[in-house]
Ligand binder design. Structure first.
Ligand code: NAD
Length: 265
């Protein structure tokens, strides 16, 4: 593919593993210089090494996306190395904080909203001024089906992911006439370290309900995101893009059978 990202600066949050790593690798393949922001610096370094092995340019930076100062420092390091950010992809999230509303701990709720949603707001703040000045930019957010439907045992996750959709669409409204697009991508169930830790029966149930009857590979998301990062996608703005293998409306609810609630009692 040629999405012609040569010389562009891309920042990918959550690039230490899973979907984020695949996004980093594909953007680098397409010529972008990639800032890999993650709390897991070892994984981020490994992604950077994989990019450099193929003669790409990458910088791994440790960040806590819940903390504005940390986000500010991390973006600053990428800009010093590669110049102003053209493409910002927000992939990072806490994905394993499951409890019913009744059981959810306040600190865990706050942390998840801070990482999954506030961090995205902080990241837009970091890049929007220079994108406006240069009249070009791409903002891409990875949400989840739970952000549309809610999810049993997923109160903070689904709320943060729905908030992310609203944030992305607000950016789409506000920045559209400045050459900047903002879009949201929705995966199906993707084969990543996060999903590998799901109970086998839950995994089998979701796959069985899925239209294609399989797990997705992270690259399937990454190629869509690379297209959204390109000039060719300039007419797509404020879109909700399903990259989830089919129209399975409720198939992605992790705990949706009668009796599942017992798991949380
Ligand atoms: P993952 O858990 O493998 O990766 C998430 C990354 O975010 C990790 O590298 C982690 O270190 C990083 N991160 C977490 N907290 C952070 C913080 N405070 N600061 C910086 N980095 C932090 O997840 P994944 O399975 O690759 O999913 C990636 C994205 O796709 C997430 O937004 C997830 O909600 C979404 N998604 C995934 C699936 C799936 O099936 N895997 C389905 C729907 C949506």
């Amino acid at each position: 593919m040629d999405f012609n990202l040569s010389g562009k600066t891309a920042v990918v949050t959550g690039g230490a593993r899973g979907i984020g790593r695949a996004v980093c690798l594909v953007l680098a393949e397409e010529g972008a210089n990639v800032g890999i922001l993650d709390l897991g610096i070892e994984g981020a370094e490994e992604t950077a090494r994989m990019i450099r092995e193929k003669s790409g340019k990458a910088l791994a930076v440790k960040v806590d996306l819940a903390d504005y100062e940390s986000v500010d420092t991390a973006f600053g390091k990428v800009v010093s190395e590669f110049g102003p950010v053209d493409v910002m992809v927000y992939v990072a999230a806490i994905t394993d904080n499951m409890a019913t509303i009744k059981k959810m701990e306040l600190t865990k709720w706050k942390r998840e909203i801070a990482v999954n949603l506030s961090g995205a707001f902080y990241s837009i703040k970091q890049v929007c001024n220079s994108m406006i000045e240069r009249k070009w930019g791409r903002l891409i957010f990875v949400s989840s089906r739970a952000g549309l439907d809610g999810g049993f045992g997923q109160c903070s996750y689904s709320s943060s992911k729905m908030g992310l959709i609203a944030l992305a669409k607000t950016a789409a409204w506000e920045l559209a006439r400045m050459g900047i697009t903002s879009n949201v991508v929705f995966p199906g169930l993707v084969n990543t370290p996060a999903t590998q830790s799901l109970p086998k029966d839950v995994m089998q149930r979701i796959v069985a309900k899925n239209t294609m009857g399989r797990l997705q590979e992270p690259e399937e998301l990454a190629y869509t995101i690379a297209y959204l990062a390109s000039e060719q996608s300039k007419g797509i703005n404020g879109a909700e893009i399903m990259v989830n293998m089919g129209p399975q409306k409720f198939a992605f609810n992790l705990m949706n059978l009668p009796g599942d609630e017992l798991a949380f009692q």
